[in-house]
Design a protein around this ligand. Structure first.
Ligand SMILES: Cc1cc2nc3c(=O)[nH]c(=O)nc-3n(C[C@H](O)[C@H](O)[C@H](O)COP(=O)(O)O)c2cc1C
Length: 163
C-alpha cells in the first residue's frame, strides 16, 4: 500500500461518523443488509441521501437492482447489530427483530431513525457504487440517540458532548 493510501486510511478512520444498516430485498424477495458509515445527506429539494457500497459485498447486485432501500441510523446501544451486519457467516436477519414495511423493506427494530428511500440514481465510483435515494418516509425515536463511530470503536455519544 502506498504512503498516500496509508495516510488516506488514517485520516478517514479519524473522521467521526454515525453508523447505519442499509437493507433491501434481493430478486428472490429475501432480506439483505450491511453495516454502512458512508451515509450522508445530499439535498433538501428533493430529499436525497447517499451511501456507497464496495463492489466486493455479496449483496451488491441486490442493491443495484432494488427500487427501494431502508437506512437505519443505529442507536447508541446497538453495537451487536453493527457487528452482526458487518460479519461474514452470520445469519443477519435471524439475529435481530425486524418486520416488512409498506415498501416491502426489511425494517429492523429499535434504531434511532429509519429512512425508507426510493432509488434515485447510481454512480459508479472506483471500487464502490454510490447509491442515491429519495427519502419516502422517516421514522424517528423520541427517546434514543444515534451511535458514534471513531477509529473502529462505536457506541453511545459520550456524555461530554451533551449540553
Ligand atoms: C462501521 C462500519 C462501516 C462500514 N461501512 C461500509 C460502507 O459504507 N460501505 C460498504 O460497502 N461496506 C461498509 N462496511 C463493511 C460492510 O459492512 C461489510 O463488508 C459487509 O457486511 C460485507 O457483507 P457480505 O458479507 O454480505 O459481503 C462497514 C463496516 C463497518 C464495521
Amino acid at each position: 500500500m502506498s504512503e498516500k493510501e496509508n495516510v488516506f486510511k488514517e485520516v478517514m478512520g479519524n473522521y467521526p461518523t454515525g453508523v447505519t444498516i442499509v437493507t433491501a430485498r434481493n430478486e428472490e424477495g429475501e432480506p439483505v443488509g450491511l453495516t454502512v458509515n458512508s451515509f450522508a445527506s445530499v439535498s433538501l429539494d428533493p430529499l436525497l441521501v447517499l451511501w456507497s457500497i464496495d463492489h466486493r459485498v455479496s449483496s451488491l447486485e441486490a442493491f443495484k437492482s432494488a427500487d427501494h432501500f431502508a437506512i437505519h441510523i443505529l442507536s447508541g446501544d446497538q453495537q451487536d447489530l453493527c457487528k452482526t451486519f458487518a460479519s461474514k457467516d452470520t445469519d443477519r436477519f435471524n439475529s435481530c427483530t425486524w418486520e416488512s414495511s409498506e415498501y416491502n423493506l426489511p425494517v429492523i427494530n429499535d434504531a434511532y431513525a429509519v429512512l425508507q428511500c426510493k432509488t434515485f440514481k447510481q454512480v459508479e465510483a472506483g471500487d464502490h457504487t454510490i447509491l442515491i435515494g429519495e427519502v419516502q418516509d422517516i421514522q424517528k425515536s423520541d427517546t434514543k440517540e444515534p451511535m458514534m463511530y471513531h477509529q473502529r470503536r462505536f457506541g453511545p455519544i459520550p456524555v461530554e458532548f451533551h449540553s
